[in-house]
Ligand binder design. Structure first.
Ligand code: NDP
Length: 329
């Protein structure tokens, strides 16, 4: 029927969360002030968790997808009008609120930002939460005084979405970027993005001590756990680590020594509830600081129907770069 549309809905089935494709109508959507015709969403690590039923959704039924880009169809907000191109990252989509794996969605105007002129909707989703988080990490390092002249900057989980965009941004800004990746086959890709050198996860661990030889002026960490602990142990005097991820685990087996003997800063980075002004700053920096020529190498376009398989791949650390989801394919 023409007034129905497709969405990936997470529901409780026998005590477990399960995602299935359903046909919805506008009447099924939440009662928010802006109705958007969605063109693209993306696949982030958190989407992998949600689609494979790993408990990200805190209310059921839930429509997955933490990102979306689309066109406003109806708006009860003065800030947006029909025809505006908009995007949303985070704000609890796919956890508390229905998200982007739907051909239409009703959203709160507070969550929307206007699509920057520099990007098409597909390009904005090639960036997505992962890329916008990379920008937040770079901005955090800048605020902490980690400038290109201070020395080499490490990116862990380098071949994933956050890592790929972080490498490209840092390289364009003049940093010498070292990529840490567990996948040998990604080395050429990472160098093309701007990494000067690629090191293995084992090499990143160094001696695995809580206080190790100084090596990095700063770092963007997507991995957490023992890798993050090792990175903190190798940060130069006065340097900083922007920590945004937990792909390797959410523990942090470290000591206070790097903080109290080397003045190292651990900078927490959250994209989900970041205030709108910071988001807008990050997107305007992406418009100037991201080399758009990376999109071809970094991005794959997939139909929404492939999401269940893609979710398993990203959780297994098998996805390279960014995946854009065409919700109309
Ligand atoms: P991806 O899966 O695309 O990238 C994660 C990368 O981490 C993988 O590609 C892999 O890189 C590496 N990795 C995977 N498993 C392990 C492991 N067991 N041990 C060590 N390294 C591993 O995810 P995203 O880039 O989308 O997200 C990265 C992390 O950042 C996730 O934990 C995600 O939840 C978090 N995140 C946090 C945000 C925030 O607001 N704080 C926002 C966005 C993401 P390689 O093969 O190169 O080693």
């Amino acid at each position: 029927m023409s007034d129905t549309f497709r969405a990936l809905v997470i529901e409780d089935q026998d005590g477990k969360q399960k995602a299935t494709f359903k046909d919805l109508t506008v009447g099924d959507l939440p009662d928010n002030d802006v109705l958007v015709e969605v063109s693209y969403s993306t696949l982030n690590y958190k989407d992998g968790l949600a689609v494979s039923g790993k408990g990200i959704a805190r209310r059921l039924p839930m429509v997955g997808g933490i990102d979306l880009a689309g066109t406003v169809l109806e708006s009860a907000s003065d800030e947006f009008k029909a025809g505006d191109k908009v995007l949303v990252n985070g704000f609890g989509l796919s956890e508390l609120y229905w998200g982007g794996y739907s051909q239409k969605q009703r959203l709160k105007s507070d969550w929307l930002i206007k699509l920057p002129d520099a990007f098409t909707m597909r390009e904005a989703m090639a960036i997505g939460t992962a890329g916008y988080t990379s920008m937040l990490c770079v901005m955090a390092l800048e605020r902490a005084g980690v400038t290109p002249d201070k020395g080499e900057v490490l990116v862990t989980g380098a071949a994933g979405g956050v890592g790929s965009v972080a490498i490209s941004l840092l390289a364009k800004l003049g940093y010498t970027v070292i990529a840490s990746s567990g996948r040998q086959e990604t080395h050429d890709y990472l160098k093309k993005l701007g990494a000067s050198e690629v090191i293995s996860r084992e090499e990143t661990m160094g001696k695995g001590r809580p206080f190790d030889k100084e090596r990095w002026a700063g770092a963007v960490d997507c991995v957490g756990s023992s890798i993050l602990a090792s990175v903190i142990a190798q940060i130069n005097y006065g340097g900083a680590v922007a920590a945004c991820g937990l792909a390797g685990g959410n523990d942090l087996p470290t000591s206070v020594l790097p903080f109290i003997l080397r003045n190292v800063s651990l900078l927490g980075v959250d994209s989900v509830m970041a205030p709108k002004a910071l988001r807008e700053e990050a997107w305007s920096r992406l418009a100037t600081d991201l080399d758009k020529s990376i999109f071809d190498d970094m991005t794959t376009l997939e139909p929404m129907s492939n999401l269940p398989a893609l979710a398993e791949q990203i959780l297994a650390g098998q996805v390279k770069g960014r995946v854009v989801i065409d919700v109309n394919a």
